[in-house]
Design a protein around this ligand. Structure first.
Ligand code: GRF
Length: 211
């Protein structure tokens, strides 16, 4: 493996539909640490997403296509796909992006799309990972960063970190703890990707620095 200095910096796009705190965490981390990549593009389906404000404050190029505007799904997907291709993106990070990507797009960017999920997968898949774990009464939940494949919350796992649910803790307190862990491990996974330190072997992801 050549020195990291010889490798091209990765161009990162973040897809977000809401608050965008993970987008911010990745972007802040890339500015402060040498992760060999930069968040250059933020894409959203929601014109009211706070992620857009964060991106503009950080001088990151944005692209917004309003999903609610009855645009046929094929057309919507085509526009997003074209926008990303035009930016010559190397890595796509899903960060609270509330729409499923189409399978053609996923195949085109195979092993180049990653996602963060607020539970220890494969438990509590879906959009309410934190609440579902809390309501179920588990004592330990956590955060997962994984590659995206055509099945929901399913692809090979890059990093996971457990979060304890303490006696008497509220769902809101748990959520805050989960976000804190997200903001730590998502940038780390991005760093490994950008430094080309992730090797996928079947369902397993080996981080070369650790194996
Ligand atoms: C995070 O909890 C993430 O795990 C989930 O959606 C949430 C997005 O939060 N996929 P934010 O928009 O990054 O603040």
């Amino acid at each position: 493996m050549g020195s990291i200095l010889n490798r091209k910096r990765k161009r990162i796009a973040v897809l977000a539909s809401g608050n965008g705190s993970n987008m911010q965490a990745i972007s802040d981390y890339s500015l402060k640490n040498d992760i060999n990549g930069d968040v250059v593009f933020v894409v959203t389906n929601n014109p009211d997403a706070y992620a857009l404000v964060r991106a503009k404050n950080a001088n990151i190029k944005t692209f917004c296509i309003d999903f609610k505007k009855n645009i046929p799904r094929q057309e919507f997907d085509r526009e997003i796909s074209e926008a990303i291709k035009n930016e010559k993106i190397d890595l796509i990070c899903l960060a609270g992006y509330m729409l499923l990507l189409n399978t053609v797009f996923i195949s085109e960017y195979q092993n180049k799309i990653i996602n963060i999920h607020p539970s220890l997968l494969p438990s509590f898949k879906g959009v309410h990972g934190i609440k579902d774990a809390f309501d179920y009464g588990v004592k330990v939940t956590g955060v997962t960063v994984h590659f995206v494949d055509c099945e929901l919350d399913h692809g090979p796992i890059i990093l996971q970190e457990a979060v304890q649910i303490n006696e008497g803790e509220t769902a809101q307190q748990l959520e805050a703890k989960i976000h804190e862990v997200e903001h730590k491990i998502y940038p780390l996974a991005v760093k490994y990707f950008c430094r080309e330190e992730l090797k996928i072997i079947g369902r397993k992801v080996c981080i070369t620095e650790r194996c």
